[in-house]
Design a protein around this ligand. Structure first.
Ligand code: ADP
Ligand code: ADP
Ligand code: MG
Length: 668
């Protein structure tokens, strides 16, 4: 086995690889960019090497520097993680040329599988079913029209190079082919320097099922079961689980056999993932093979009790696989939520800044793979994944509940995250029932398609808000009392306290009975009784743990002026709390004026202006994208806050902007 390796990555995955190395007694060398100098992965590693300035092209993507760092520090191998250089054949080649081991398949195999067209050829040769289509580079629009007719609409236009869902276009009818081809080619040429496109049938409401395989250098290939990754946004995975409800023992065996056949045909060694699409009839088709460790590998680890990084290291060191196919047993269920720095309320724009508060969670059957801590900087330079929360349970429902509880008590402050969005998905009735497809988010979580909150959930949140409010009022009241009055327990029975609690459009009449001296409380909310046990109060943690009618629940909360913001199971609400007297008065107070109309288009994030989509004097409409900004490897449109006419354009393509910079001014 290796004595020391270099990890050519950052964030949670670098830390995750370091963790296994430490357990196995393998030394670790981290690499970092200037902006990452104080980040967690640098401190976790035994040694660390500065690569260069923040942009990946000057640091995490500079092959020569990374190989040199490995040689200088006496490493025997390089683990590439995912992203960055993990699927870069020239890098794998350079590593091996330098006399080091690459912890992944050979450069030749990466090249053959990285190209989706040659990968389909390989699949066909291995007898693996592929989506019906035309799997050669398209050369003209004429040809495209003919091929699309043969395949049948809707069709999916796909880039041969590419990944992360970029450059794919669904085309429903012939007249959309031309524009779709052009925009897809523009995108992939820019992103991957390659604009070869091919075409396949677009499968409607499919599930994304992938098979994890591991192969050694002696020709042994085994399958470690499937993962379901159907919950996607813009073709990017959001929630993953293993196993899948859609896969029975027989289908698992067949898909596993196909994945192994493909790996054998390719001469594959190391961990890899074969992605399939499963249609409503139960037929599955090969999509692509990812020649690296996947982001979502932990769900496989939790149901197989295997450490995939350990297996990767053993295989890369030339050892035979320590297990056979018969040793692979799937036990229980596991689910993963990806926590990303992005703002769901602003169309998932990346969010950057300093993590000002971080309360990572512990708990039985919960695993946290995290790359951040209080004080970490989330910059525009790298992707927005902050951490992954993974749960395990005997059943799917156990795993789901454990994950929901974990997210309810997970706190990140300083940057906006998708935490409540993923939690809302986990609590959606269709998700609970397992009715998944890759269109799930579009179908159930479209803008404005707000879900009606179940009554009990709103009432639980109202209890949490009132509890905190009441106790804080009490603390204040206590501290104002003269010392003498505070000594000794009072034997006077506590009265029922009454509050009017307003949240969204709901008004609750809340009554509570209890005293800070005991954890037992009685509540009535609009006439329904609840037994509540409040074990501890730690306001500074901004987390509240309550036992409501025998069920432990966790809430995140924040004071916002006199309001209390509560997040619970994917729902958030700001509560206003009044005594009955205050409520009677408040109802007669004049309403505040609606905000004046916005005269400026403000940049909602730091980044680089890519394109201006309007000209001076042009009429624009609220919601229309006016400027394209690139940040964290993502392009996002900034949309107009109003209907109006463009007076002046302040932004210019190629220039960096900060949050709050004026991009466009409108005529008033
Ligand atoms: P990437 O390299 O971007 O991951 P994939 O080929 O794996 O590209 O496709 C990404 C996602 O696009 C899949 O997970 C699936 O949701 C969707 N997709 C791919 N091919 C098809 C298809 N033929 N029909 C419907 N959806 C598809
Ligand atoms: P777990 O370890 O499973 O996350 P704990 O009960 O240990 O669950 O709680 C986690 C953290 O939340 C603890 O560090 C504790 O300080 C905090 N906490 C627990 N209960 C409350 C509460 N009622 N109010 C505020 N913070 C709490
Ligand atoms: Mg894919």
């Amino acid at each position: 086995m290796f004595k020391k390796i270099l990890i050519a990555n950052r964030g949670e995955i670098a830390i995750r690889v370091i963790r296994t190395c430490r357990r196995l007694g393998i030394g670790t060398v981290a690499v970092f960019s200037e902006i990452d100098a104080r980040s967690l992965h640098v401190r976790e590693a035994d040694e660390a090497v500065l690569l260069g300035p923040a942009p990946s092209s000057e640091s995490y993507l500079v092959k020569e520097k990374i190989v040199q760092a490995a040689l200088d520090h006496g490493c025997e191998a390089i683990h590439p993680g995912y992203g960055f250089l993990s699927e870069n054949a020239p890098f794998a080649h350079a590593v091996v040329q330098a006399g080091l081991a690459f912890i992944g398949p050979s450069a030749k195999v990466i090249a053959a599988l990285g190209d989706k067209i040659s990968a389909k050829d390989l699949a066909i040769r291995a007898g693996v079913p592929v989506v019906p289509g035309y799997h050669k580079p398209l050369t003209s629009l004429k040809q495209l029209e003919r091929v699309a007719d043969e395949v049948g609409y809707p069709v999916l236009l796909k880039p041969a190079a590419g990944g992360g869902g970029r450059g794919m276009r669904i085309v429903a009818a012939q007249d959309e082919l031309g524009p779709a081809l052009k925009s897809a080619q523009d995108e992939t040429r820019k992103g991957f320097g390659d604009d070869r496109m091919f075409l396949e049938r677009y499968i409607t409401t499919p599930r994304h099922i992938e098979i994890q395989i591991i192969a050694d250098q002696h020709g042994e290939v085994i399958s470690l079961g499937e993962r379901e990754c159907s919950i996607q946004r813009r073709y990017q995975k959001v929630i993953e689980e293993a196993p899948s409800l859609a896969v029975n023992r027989e289908l698992r065996r067949r898909m596993g056999a196909m994945a192994c056949a493909l790996a054998r045909e390719a001469g594959y060694a190391n961990a890899g993932t074969v992605e399939f699409i499963l249609d409503e009839r139960g037929d599955f088709f090969f999509m692509e093979m990812n020649t690296r460790l996947q982001v979502e590998h932990p769900v496989t680890e939790l149901v197989t009790s295997l450490d995939l990084v350990e297996l990767q290291l053993q295989v890369a060191a030339g050892e035979p696989l320590p297990i056979t196919q018969d040793d692979v047993v799937i036990k229980g269920w596991s689910m993963e939520a990806r926590i990303c720095a992005e703002d769901p309320s602003r169309n998932f724009l990346p969010s950057t800044g300093l993590i000002t508060r971080y309360a990572p969670l512990r708990g039985e059957h919960v695993r946290l793979d995290s790359g951040i801590e209080s004080g970490s900087l989330v910059s525009v330079y790298y992707d927005s994944l902050l951490s992954k929360v993974i749960s395990w349970g005997e059943t799917r429902e156990d795993a789901r509940r454990t994950l929901v509880h974990a997210l309810n008590r997970y706190r990140v402050e300083g940057v906006t995250t998708n935490l409540d969005f993923v939690n809302a998905i986990l609590n959606h009735p269709a998700f609970i029932d397992g009715r998944l497809s890759t269109g799930f988010i579009e179908e159930y979580f479209q803008k404005d398609a707000l879900l009606e909150q179940p009554r009990e959930r709103m009432e639980a949140m109202a209890i949490a808000a009132t509890m905190v409010y009441h106790n804080r009022q009490n603390l204040v009241r206590e501290s104002l009392k003269p010392m003498a009055a505070r000594v000794g327990p009072s034997h006077k029975p506590e009265p029922w306290h009454r509050y009017v609690v307003k949240g969204d459009e709901h008004v609750f009449e809340v009554q509570l009975l209890g005293s800070p001296a005991s954890p037992h409380w009685s509540f009535t909310v609009n006439g329904t009784d609840y037994d509540v046990i409040s074990p501890v109060f730690e306001f500074y943690r901004r987390r509240l743990k309550l036992k409501i009618n025998d069920q432990y629940q966790y809430f995140r909360l924040e004071y916002q002026g006199n309001f209390i913001w509560v997040a619970f199971s994917g729902f958030t609400c700001v509560f206003e709390i009044y005594t009955p007297r205050e409520w009677a008065l408040a109802r007669f107070m004049p309403r505040r004026e609606e905000g004046v109309q916005d005269k400026h288009l403000i940049s909602p994030l730091p980044g680089m202006v890519v394109d201006i989509l309007v000209k001076e004097g042009e009429r624009v409409f609220r919601g229309q994208d006016l400027v394209l900004i690139e940040s964290m490897k993502m392009e996002c449109g900034v949309s107009s806050p109003c209907d109006g006419t463009v007076e002046a354009v302040q932004a210019s393509p190629g220039k960096a902007v900060e949050t709050g910079d004026v991009l466009i001014t409108f005529k008033s």
